[in-house]
Design a protein around this ligand. Structure first.
Ligand SMILES: [Zn+2]
Length: 382
């Protein structure tokens, strides 16, 4: 594995852990950080920037963290989470060609992604969700992605990979999760519960052990993940409608390919927040001392429905006749009009003029603190 992949893999592992345990991503990342001997995830990224890399032993300990969060069978946990190991710790981008046109295929969080120049085919992990082909309209396509024959080939490659992923996930499960016994009893791959009847928290349908094992623990009706599949419908109260059993022929097939052709270039959409941010940044640039900089940050900037801008500056923090040259130049570039006003507001700190003598916020703060302190000592009551 290349060193640059290790942080990416740690991130992907944290995501998987968060998903399996239903905890927020930041909690999962902090847990991984602690496992590596750091107080927080931020410390991991900081160290990584200075060249730190996890050792193979550390990576293995993170790997077992994930494997231990999955239940094992009576014979003990699988010794080797082979699928998890290959999918998380190896660089799984593969390359191939369709009729001489190159593509890349990779798997992320169970979803399959097939990329070529100007197109992207996405097959979601849930088997009842439609595959989607996005084609960038603005660029010359390298491959004939608009032709049904090409699309069919790309789809069959991605679907085959999706089947491998599903089979791969199941290979780390206890055998009873994918093979019902004579009574149709199967074991939940995460909770370890056993039953021949299962319920989906997401859509309230009920299904047999055979049906849920066949769809690899995704709800056959709504595609909900294994975490939403339970051995009893504990969320229903007396009087609620009973869950509807799914008939085999009600189980939907994967929907047809959705083709989406559009201009994928990023477009700037100006809104008041963005205009305000640019204008304020320019005002800060126009400030020539600490006092004016406070004035720029404290200024009231409002944007009306035509995107025209009002800037209200405080007379004590901005000289009345001073032109905010950069702010006006930014407004001109954006094509918006600017109106200026000077006002007198209650300021956050007394003696605003102190900041006119320095451009350093540290020096200003020092002067300001001294002014407050000396005023308290000589004139206690005023
Ligand atoms: Zn469901």
């Amino acid at each position: 594995m290349k060193p640059t992949h290790s942080l990416k893999k740690l991130k992907e592992l944290s995501k998987r852990y968060a998903r399996a345990q239903q905890v927020p991503l930041h909690e999962a990342r902090d847990l991984v950080a602690r496992q590596l001997g750091f107080p927080h995830w931020n410390d991991v990224t900081k160290e990584h920037r200075t060249g730190w890399l996890p050792t193979q032993a550390q990576l293995s300990s993170i790997e077992s963290l994930l494997i231990n969060s999955l239940p094992g069978d009576e014979a003990g946990r699988p010794k080797h989470g082979s699928y998890i190991q290959t999918s998380i710790f190896e660089n799984d981008v593969q390359h191939g060609k369709i009729d001489g046109h190159e593509y890349q295929i990779s798997v992320s969080l169970g979803d399959v992604h097939l990329y070529g120049t100007g197109w992207h085919l996405h097959v979601p992990e849930a088997p009842n969700k439609a595959p989607r082909l996005e084609i960038a309209a603005q660029i010359e396509q390298e491959a004939p992605v608009h032709e049904p024959q090409f699309q069919k080939q790309a789809l069959s490659i991605a679907l085959k990979r999706a089947e491998q992923v599903r089979a791969g996930i199941a290979s780390d499960w206890p055998r009873r999760s994918s093979k019902p016994d004579k009574e149709g009893v199967v074991r939940h791959p995460i909770s370890g519960a056993e039953s021949n009847k299962w319920y989906c928290l997401h859509c309230d349908s009920s299904m047999t052990g055979n049906q849920i094992a066949k769809s690899l623990w995704h709800c056959p009706t709504c595609g909900a993940s294994p975490l939403d599949i339970h051995e009893n419908a504990w969320w229903l109260k007396d009087g609620d409608a009973r869950p509807k059993p799914i008939a085999d022929n009600d189980i939907p097939e994967r929907p047809d390919l959705v083709v989406d052709v559009r201009d994928t270039r990023l477009k700037l959409e100006l809104d008041p927040e963005k205009i305000t941010l640019l204008i304020r940044s320019a005002l800060v640039e126009d400030a020539s001392n600490a006092s004016e900089r406070l004035g720029a940050l404290f200024a009231e900037i409002s944007v009306d429905e035509d995107n025209d801008v009002w800037i209200i500056l405080d007379v004590d923090l901005w000289p009345e006749l001073k032109e905010p040259v950069s702010a006006l130049a930014v407004a001109a570039l954006l094509g918006v009009k600017v109106e200026r006003e000077i006002c007198l507001r209650e300021l956050p700190f007394a003696w605003p003029g102190l900041g006119e003598h320095t451009s350093s916020t540290v020096e200003y703060t020092e002067m300001m603190l001294k002014a407050y302190a000396s005023q308290r000592s000589d004139k206690a009551v005023e």
